[in-house]
Design a protein around this ligand. Structure first.
Ligand SMILES: [Zn+2]
Length: 278
């Protein structure tokens, strides 16, 4: 029969060092992202540190630092909710959600300030790798009203073609995001193309140098390929090789290392419901 000791019993008589470790382990484990459990500075490291910790005071300090890292880990990657906010068919933005915006370079495309800066840095790196400037920023921020306009213009078009209003709506919703469900309203998403395909938004972008380079390297600049081929079941959006979403460098790296979509990242890492509006 297994007797469960109370926390008090567990730390009774322990050295201060051991007590700190026990408390850290008890309280932090349930909040530890799964990938950290297998990562080098996860539980294993803390256990190792705690053993050495009992022997020397120096290691005690290391243990406390490790515990602080542990404590901050989940919040660290989700604390800036505006960067990892999940927007999809289930999680809609409010009609009046408008982020801070700046123009990107000399274009009229608007993005959130951090995203605009990261995009320009990424474009320069791509330009150096390609030896030419072929990437084109086609679209960035789109307001709720603009998305509404695009959506209903297409519904009208299908009705004009002879579909009933319900069918026209359903057909449109298959390939145009409903107002409030478009990531473009966050100011964190870009659609890009390449001169070699006439700056069109097309699947063939995936086969251009820019498309391949971005799929491979965009995470280094904090962007993710938001709707990859192998995640269609989860994102419920078809493969879009032209659509990149800024999430910040640390989250982008974690998603890349674990092959997670933003939905998966959100479920596994973000413990709090941070989105504004519904
Ligand atoms: Zn897009």
């Amino acid at each position: 029969m297994v007797t469960r000791l109370s926390l008090e019993q567990k730390i009774h008589g322990s050295s201060p060092c051991r007590a700190i470790f026990t408390l850290a382990f008890e309280f932090l484990l349930p909040y530890t992202p799964p990938h950290l459990l297998s990562a080098n500075f996860g539980v294993a490291s803390v256990v190792k540190m705690s053993k050495a910790c009992i022997k020397t005071k120096m290691k005690k300090i290391l243990l406390i630092i490790a515990a602080i890292i542990f404590l901050n880990a989940p919040a660290l990657w989700c604390e800036d909710a505006s960067l990892v906010m999940l927007v999809n068919q289930e999680r809609r933005l409010a009609n009046d959600f408008v982020p801070d915006l700046v123009k990107v370079g000399r274009s009229d495309v608007l993005l959130s300030p951090d995203v605009a800066e990261a995009y320009v840095t990424m474009r320069k790196a791509l330009q150096e790798a390609a030896g030419a400037h072929n990437l084109r920023l086609i679209s960035g921020y789109r307001s709720f009203a603009h998305q509404e306009e695009i959506f209903f213009a297409r519904v009208e078009y299908h009705m004009f073609q002879g579909l009933s209003p319900a069918d026209a709506f359903e057909k449109t919703a298959k390939y145009i995001a409903l107002p409030g469900t478009s990531e473009h309203q966050t100011g964190l998403a870009v659609d890009v193309s390449d001169e070699s395909i006439g700056n069109k938004i097309a699947l063939s972008f995936a086969d251009t140098f820019s498309g391949r380079w971005l799929a491979e390297n965009s995470w280094r600049y904090g962007f993710i390929l938001r709707y990859p081929k192998d995640k269609k079941e989860i994102t419920r959006i078809n493969f879009e090789p032209w659509h990149f979403r800024y999430v910040g460098i640390a989250p982008a790296r974690i998603m890349r290392e674990n092959n997670w979509s933003l939905e998966e990242y959100y479920d596994k890492i973000c413990l709090y419901d941070n989105i504004s509006g519904d």
